[in-house]
Write a protein of this length. Structure first.
Length: 657
């Protein structure tokens, strides 16, 4: 087969033996790009015709599709012939070994667990997907193209963000500065990236570059949004400058990457996916981009984009307030995943102020439920119960059945966290009855799972497995993949509780395989962690170490801060049992950072004591691994909160927090 190169980042190009070849039309190339990106499944011919030729009659659109497919099959001597699998009804692209496609290599690298993967992903992203190409007469394709550009841009930013974090952890400040500069070029108005940059410049001791970065950010925000940096960014700039002055830092040699920070220099060209849009839909464009970032676990990027949408919505009239509140809740959900509790609470308070002025009980109830969950995680049980009861009363007053069920789930979660299983069971049963009354299959599955989780915590694994078994087919019927994986994980945990070691291992392995197949990375990390604990119990420390390292890499990649610190403590213990004291200490030091990020002060204190203590004997470490409790957590699904728990040697300390 002729060597073929397909480039979809930037303007896009198809090359055979190094020379460009062109399909017979721009839409034929657009069709190829769509089929490559959506290569995981076959597509109906009618769907493809509507996508690119919607303005034509059915017969004309189908003829145009056939022409485009013929052009692609015959181009470059038929190099794509075997990749286009077609029949009378469907079309599918199957990548061939002789074709180099930048998009597919990027997608694989961006989901990888190592810095080498992230470096490759960042280098492959040379510009937006199909940069500069427009299809004004194809509304459906244009919508797909906008969403795809936003998703790929978010993946590129996430890879660079990982590289910045990795370099900072290793104190490799030149690399951190270089990666942060590229990340800033992708998104010049990002305050979180600017804060990272200032932290790095503080480490290299360059106060002038810190000031230049501050001025650059102020200029961009003022120009694009008529806004100023947030108090958080302003406070950080002030603190960094004070620290540099106090220590009299001066750079001993010029830093190569400082040049772009000159305040008078124009911002670097930015990908179209992040160029501030104009017109009435500008806030919604930022929201769509933020949701795309959410979808690839790039929560830091999503928060920045939500903030930009909020700037625009706040300048609107009363019609924007409802949307303002919904975007605040989207931002709050991203902050929760990152474990940034202080910012999360501030965002909830802001949403409450907006909702209180709307005269909309349903919206106010939704915000109160978020407040209840945040209070529960920080151990403030009394205000959590008050908020949950207020929300439930509001939903009952307006006759909102699904809202009542959600309120009962949240109230049950607060009771569950407060070690009141009887009250939690009562709420779960009431929620189950409501879901059945309104015919909500997905919600019914969630309620069944929560009942199982509460029973398992009460020491009734057999009863729990009965509830789990009832939930599984309902998850499947409602196509709730995350719920299905989580419930399978619950079954595995119950089997382990019943001392069915082989059955539990098989179930955890099945949960791992399913989470990998569905891309449910949170549960993938939990399954890897559970399997690692099984290997430790059987003195298979090498296998346990490999599994824990994979779990930690995923937690880092998706920003699952709530579990990451605990997984690092386990990793530290395994290193200690293997006699690897340096690695053990390093894992504890990183765990301390994540506990500080999530305001988990009980775990902070426990980890500091470990670092300051003698920290040595194998029997002490083994006792730590044996004294394992469970951290009560949840998985946010579209139909509501689903309870789950994971093991940690710090469970008692975390519960007290």
């Amino acid at each position: 087969m002729t060597d073929l190169v397909l480039r979809l980042f930037g303007p896009g190009a198809l090359l055979a033996t190094g020379r460009p070849v062109r399909p017979h039309s721009a839409k034929a190339f657009a069709l190829l790009a769509f089929l490559v990106f959506e290569a995981d499944r076959a597509h109906a011919r009618s769907r493809l015709a509507d996508l690119l030729w919607a303005g034509s009659t059915d017969a004309t659109a189908r003829h145009s599709l056939r022409q485009a497919l013929h052009s692609l099959r015959t181009i470059a001597g038929g190099a794509l012939q075997d990749c286009l699998v077609t029949d009378e009804a469907q079309v599918r692209f199957v990548p061939g070994a002789g074709i180099d496609i930048d998009l597919l290599r990027f997608l694989q690298a961006s989901s990888g667990p190592t810095p080498a993967d992230w470096t490759e992903a960042a280098s492959l992203y040379t510009g937006p997907f199909l940069q500069g190409r427009t299809y004004d007469d194809c509304e459906a394709f244009t919508e797909w193209l906008d969403a795809t550009r936003a998703r790929l841009h978010a993946l590129a930013a996430k890879s660079l963000d990982r590289l910045v974090t990795d370099a900072m952890i290793r104190s490799d400040w030149p690399s951190a500065l270089g990666h942060a500069g590229r990340l800033r070029d992708l998104d010049p108005a990002s305050e979180s990236v600017s804060r990272r940059m200032m932290r790095i410049l503080e480490a290299v001791g360059d106060p002038w570059a810190v000031d230049a970065e501050w001025e650059r950010l102020c200029t961009v925000l003022r120009s694009e949004f008529q806004a100023s940096p947030s108090p958080q960014t302003r406070d950080l700039h002030r603190a960094v400058r004070q620290a540099l002055r106090a220590e009299s830092f001066r750079p001993t040699a010029p830093v190569a990457s400082v040049a772009p920070f000159e305040p008078d220099a124009p911002p670097a060209p930015v990908a179209s996916a992040t160029t501030p849009p104009r017109g009435p839909g500008e806030a919604e464009s930022f929201i769509r981009a933020a949701r795309a970032a959410d979808g690839v676990y790039a929560y830091g990027n999503a928060i920045d984009l939500y903030d930009r949408a909020l700037h625009l919505l706040e300048s609107g009239g009363s019609a924007s307030r409802q949307r303002l509140c919904s975007v605040l809740l989207l931002k709050e959900a991203a902050l929760e995943r990152l474990g940034r509790r202080t910012e999360q609470q501030a965002t909830i308070d802001r949403a409450l102020a907006v909702a209180g002025a709307l005269d909309d009980p349903g919206t106010l109830a939704a915000v109160l439920l978020r407040q209840a969950g945040a209070f529960a995680y920080t151990g403030r049980i009394a205000p959590a119960l008050e908020s949950a009861h207020r929300a439930l009363d509001l939903y009952r007053a307006i006759g909102d059945g699904p809202g009542q069920a959600e309120g009962l789930r949240e109230l049950g979660f607060v009771f569950w966290r407060a070690e009141d299983p009887a009250a939690a069971l009562r709420c779960a049963r009431e929620a189950l009855d409501l879901h059945r009354q309104i015919g909500d299959v997905a919600g019914e599955a969630t309620a069944l799972h929560n009942l199982a989780e509460i029973h398992r915590g009460l020491g009734s694994p057999a009863q729990a497995r009965d509830w789990y078994d009832r939930a599984i087919p309902l998850h499947w019927a409602s196509r709730n993949r995350a719920g299905e994986v989580l419930t399978l994980f619950g079954i595995a945990t119950a089997l382990r509780q019943e001392d069915d070691d082989d059955g539990a291992t098989r179930a955890f392995e099945a949960a791992l395989a399913m989470s990998e197949r569905y891309g449910e990375r949170t549960m993938q990390a939990r399954a890897l962690h559970a399997l690692a604990m099984h290997r430790i119990e059987h003195d298979r420390l090498d296998a346990a170490l490999g599994l824990l390292e994979r779990a930690v890499a995923i937690d880092r990649a998706i920003g699952y801060a709530h579990a990451l610190g605990h997984d690092l403590v386990d990793l530290s213990d395994v290193h200690a049992l293997r006699g690897e004291r340096t690695q053990s200490t390093a894992a504890l030091q990183e765990a301390l950072v994540w506990f500080l990020c999530t305001d988990d002060m009980a775990s902070v204190d426990t980890t500091r004591r470990r670092l300051e203590g003698p920290g040595g004997a194998d029997d002490e470490v083994a006792a730590s691994l044996a004294r394992r409790g469970r951290i009560k957590s949840h998985l946010p699904l579209a139909e509501g909160k689903v309870y789950c728990a994971f093991e940690s040697p710090l469970a008692q300390a975390s519960r007290a927090s």
